[in-house]
Ligand binder design. Structure first.
Ligand SMILES: [Zn+2]
Length: 341
């Protein structure tokens, strides 16, 4: 839980992930794995297994939703262009950071232009869209010139304050649990394999991907020998969904179509054998790095599982039991026999 919190506190909107990748690289440096930086900026971590002819591939993504400065407005505020899929109502009122290309960081707040109810009659009804949403910078600036003098320019990345809180009741609420909760789980799994001196049955790769929210995080850098590919990414909760904040969610189908049936059944069998609480679910508006890999033409069998995240791409929350059940399933999975033998 502490590692999840730490990861959420490192800003990493898709396109600006160098800092968090470096953090992870440093964390795992002495764990004895082969580590390779991909050209796209992700991290490929490999553990040689007893069988090196057929490989397994797991991925979680560290990139998150965020924004980019689209325009410096004449009133000294910033217009934004969104990175990733979310609605402005889920970021309205959020504190943010503007990261300039020269390395300066300014703070601000994401607001509707018509926020003050004492001035704007339609403050409640005005559309939450790219035109009305702007950043109020925490600097004494009143026009475009003064903002530009700070070094803020079109193209600067804007990250949202994650506000992580771990409660006594076992919840973690924070932005970007998608997918930093899964990344923390994967890192802990790697640590456990090392500490327990486990030799895996197959060579297994963990890709810390950094472009999932924009659709192409894990669709390349897949070793030729890869047979099974699992995206570890959140389960989506809501009306009619079976996923919850306490179990590991195993995805049967999302907008990209069904995930591999045999692999899904294998994951369910493992959960049953090991007393792991799980839910099988369908996510109606969802794609993953695994489905992106299939779309990119890779001849693999693909699966998707992860912790259940409430109010995804907005005010996210999950419980430690969901994290634990996901961890246990992955621990059993990496030591199990392959589906296609
Ligand atoms: Zn995700």
């Amino acid at each position: 839980m502490a590692l999840i919190k730490e990861l959420t506190e490192i800003p990493s909107p898709s396109g600006d992930t160098e800092k968090i990748i470096k953090f992870i690289e440093n964390l795992i440096r002495d764990w004895g794995y082969e580590i390779k930086r991909t050209r796209k900026g992700g991290l490929l971590i490999s553990a040689r297994g007893s069988d090196d002819t057929r490989h397994r591939f797991l991925t979680g993504h560290v990139d998150t939703l965020g924004a980019m400065v689209k325009e410096v407005k004449s009133n000294g505020r910033l217009k934004l262009s969104r990175i990733g899929g979310f609605n402005w109502n889920s970021a309205e009122g959020e504190y943010c950071e503007i990261h300039t290309s020269t390395g300066k960081v300014y703070t601000g707040t994401i607001l509707m232009h018509q926020t003050s109810v004492h001035v704007y009659k339609n403050a409640g009804e005005a559309k939450r869209d790219d035109d009305n949403i702007e950043v109020r910078i925490d600097e004494k600036v009143e026009n475009e010139k003064e903002v530009r003098e700070l070094g803020i320019e079109v193209g600067d990345f804007v990250s949202f304050d994650p506000r992580p809180v771990i409660t006594e009741s076992g919840f973690i609420k924070s932005r970007h649990l998608d997918d930093k909760a899964s990344v923390a789980i994967l890192l802990r799994l790697l640590k456990q394999i090392k500490d327990e001196h486990i030799t895996l049955p197959y060579t297994t790769h963990v890709l810390i991907s950094n472009n999932e929210e924009i659709g192409y995080g894990g669709n390349s850098n897949i070793p030729e020998e890869t047979v099974e590919y699992i995206a570890v990414d959140m389960g989506a909760l809501g009306d009619g969904q079976s996923s919850d904040e306490y179990t590991v969610s195993i995805c049967a189908k999302d907008s990209s179509g069904p995930y591999h049936y045999g692999l899904r059944r294998h994951l369910i069998d493992l959960a049953k054998e090991n007393g792991i609480a799980y839910k099988v679910d369908i996510y109606p508006y969802y794609g993953s790095d695994a489905s992106a890999a299939i779309s990119a033409g890779h001849d693999i069998i693909h699966g998707l599982l992860g912790p259940g995240i409430e109010s995804s791409h907005a005010f996210e929350r999950t419980h430690e039991t969901s994290i634990l059940n996901t961890e246990k399933l992955l621990y059993a999975y990496v030591q199990s026999k392959m589906v296609t033998l």
